[in-house]
Design a protein around this ligand. Structure first.
Ligand SMILES: [Mg+2]
Length: 229
């Protein structure tokens, strides 16, 4: 069983976030709520796959959450409603090599499970469409997509629970995941049962990885270390 997280594991989210920022600039400028300095800074703002949230990108263009609190708060509020919705999921780009890699595993007979902290009511349609459009195997035998029943469910608890239910039916489980909190929670629930591949894109920074966890930077599968990021 090969289990793949989606956000920042199979998909680079930077264009999704960029589209939300663009929409914010347009709406705020139209409403006359954006000064020249703020607008110029926001237009320079670049999101990379290594950004976790908006604090880093805002700081890089000279906007910080203390001096530009109202602006940052407004942008974050829009980000929260739009990021966790179907609306921009078509912007997500697969990480290098990921589509080929998952297809190859599927053809070789692995069961493919997409297991994501996205929620079913708000994000099912866009998730299904973006997986199909980008060419990931889906809607065929040996593939499954599982989302949270609602947005309030804790991601790590949810993933541990789903994998505990499946564990008895599979000899080998591999989990591809970018968030150490999720890896650590699954390992606590299923000690020694799951093999982990950490995808070093962006993560919350709340927990660290056990040193034995394998690290990749994309699905061209060049070896690397977590410290590089
Ligand atoms: Mg993720």
């Amino acid at each position: 069983l090969a289990v793949f997280d989606l956000d920042s594991t199979l998909f680079d989210l930077s264009l999704r976030v960029g589209a939300i920022v663009d929409e914010f600039i347009e709406a705020a400028a139209r409403a006359g709520r954006l000064g020249g300095r703020e607008r110029a800074a926001l237009e320079r703002l670049q999101i990379t796959r290594h950004d976790w949230g908006l604090e880093g990108p805002l700081a890089r263009v000279g906007l910080n959450q203390a001096a530009d609190q109202a602006l940052a708060r407004e942008l974050l509020a829009l980000w929260r409603t739009r990021f966790f919705s179907n609306r921009y999921l078509s912007r997500d780009v697969p990480l290098e090599g990921s589509v080929d890699y998952v297809q190859k595993l599927h053809r070789a007979g692995a069961q493919i499970l997409y297991l994501t902290g996205r929620d079913r009511p708000g994000m099912w349609d866009g998730t299904w469409a973006s997986l199909l459009e980008t060419g990931f195997p889906l809607d065929q035998p040996g593939t499954d997509l599982v989302l949270k029943s609602h947005a309030g469910v804790d991601d790590a608890e949810f993933k541990a629970e789903v994998l505990c239910d499946l564990a008895a039916r599979h000899d080998r489980i591999v989990l591809f995941e970018n968030e150490p909190v999720n890896i650590n929670r699954v390992e606590k629930a299923l000690p020694g049962k799951v093999h982990y591949i950490f995808v070093a894109t962006a993560h919350s920074g709340l927990e660290s990885l056990q040193p034995e966890v394998e690290v990749i930077h994309d699905f061209t599968l060049r070896p690397g270390s977590a410290e590089e990021d």
